[in-house]
Design a protein around this ligand. Structure first.
Ligand SMILES: *Cc1c(COP(=O)(O)O)cnc(C)c1O
Length: 364
């Protein structure tokens, strides 16, 4: 959270002008600041990342027959799969890479048929998908690409913000993400007409006082959230730098542990250190460490377990993506946030080490 006085200074203005929501001053200011920070032309703001994704799919694929197929990953937060289905499409699950957990681009083409209309990859943990190969495939087959970049705010690839990839990239500014506006989301939209349509869709499809041209919903970001985003944006780089130190501390304290695999930062990438995933050799070991930490009131997360294709609200087959299924059984993400001290990080590592039968880090 930003210093309280910085937030309350902005909020005071709301008490003067009584403009609480519906694309007010802070909405506009936050939007401009994001366009500048991400160096893209069209950024729109939403109540949350989920609505940014759902409305992006609705607008970009408006001329596609309902029920058409979208190739995506099951190794993600449930929002990705829900957005595809709620927008009227059918998710086709593609397997993931074992080294960065993003969609395995080499497995996309065999899944394409006449029904396929789009690809929805996820920059999971802030790891950048194989954007070049995905772009090549999309071009070749005439498919749209919408990136779920909910984890990837602040990530750069070859010097460019990830907001540049695909027809649309969406971000989440939920309180649990690397950058927050309490709740909130954004879509970076390349096509101006699509951007305009999405802007209306988030406000009931209203295009002027007496015209409703689209069947829309309500997904507008309010002024209190926009003000929070404006305040937090100033501290983003500082927060990423603090997270990086925690990330490095984890690596320093855990690198000799045999039963876990720690993935290094991808080449050509400036990471946001939003998550610290560990891959254990087996599920029993992962679950043991999870319980050990919980006994010490440390809440690691089995993120993402189960796969979205496993949930009871659907009837998909999780076995279609064996690598994703295997990873979801062995993955654990450790606490990482800017206020976590390095001493606390060391303590988390000591608890893990003792649980796995290792000596304290640095002792031999
Ligand atoms: C958080 C998240 C979302 C949804 O964002 P909200 O702002 O919580 O609606 C979508 N996809 C992924 C991968 C996420 O982690």
């Amino acid at each position: 959270m930003p210093p309280f006085s910085e937030y309350s200074d902005l909020i005071k203005e709301i008490w003067t002008n009584h403009w609480l929501t519906n694309m007010g001053k802070f909405h506009q200011e936050f939007q401009l600041k994001l366009q500048e920070y991400l160096s893209v032309d069209n950024v729109d703001l939403f109540t949350n990342g989920h609505m940014a994704l759902e409305l992006s799919l609705q607008a970009l694929l408006e001329n596609v027959e309902k029920g058409a197929e979208i190739i995506t990953t099951p190794f993600t937060f449930i929002s990705t799969t829900h957005a595809i289905i709620r927008a009227g499409f059918k998710p086709i699950f593609c397997d993931i890479n074992l080294d960065d957990f993003t969609i395995d681009a080499s497995k996309i083409e065999p899944l394409i048929n006449e029904q396929t209309c789009a690809i929805v990859p996820v920059h999971v943990y802030g790891n950048v998908c194989n954007v070049e190969e995905i772009e090549r495939i999309a071009k070749k087959h005439g498919l749209k690409v919408i990136y779920d970049a909910a984890h990837a705010f602040g990530v750069r690839y070859k010097g460019k913000s990830v907001a540049h990839f695909g027809d649309i990239s969406i971000f989440s500014f939920h309180a649990t993400k690397v950058f927050n506006s309490i709740e909130g989301g954004a879509a970076c939209i390349k096509d101006k007409d699509v951007a305009e349509k999405i802007y209306h869709l988030k406000n009931f499809g209203i295009t002027s006082p007496e015209r409703v041209e689209y069947i829309g919903t309500n997904a507008k970001m309010n002024e209190f959230c926009a003000a929070m985003g404006i305040c937090n944006l100033k501290y983003l780089e500082e927060n990423i730098a603090k997270r990086r130190r925690i990330y490095e501390k984890y690596i320093e304290c855990l690198s000799d542990v045999q039963r876990i695999e720690i993935h290094s930062i991808q080449d050509n990438t400036e990471a946001n250190y939003s998550y610290f995933p560990l891959l254990f050799t087996d599920e029993a070991c992962r679950d043991r460490v999870f319980r050990c930490l919980a006994e010490h009131s440390i809440y690691a997360r089995k993120y993402f377990y189960p796969l979205t294709s496993s949930f009871e609200c659907f009837s998909f087959d999780e076995n279609e993506t064996p690598i994703a299924l295997d990873v979801s059984g062995r993955i654990l993400t450790l606490p990482i946030y800017s206020r976590l001290s390095l001493a606390e990080t060391e303590r988390i590592c000591e608890i893990m080490r003792s649980c796995l039968g290792y000596e304290k880090a640095g002792s031999s």
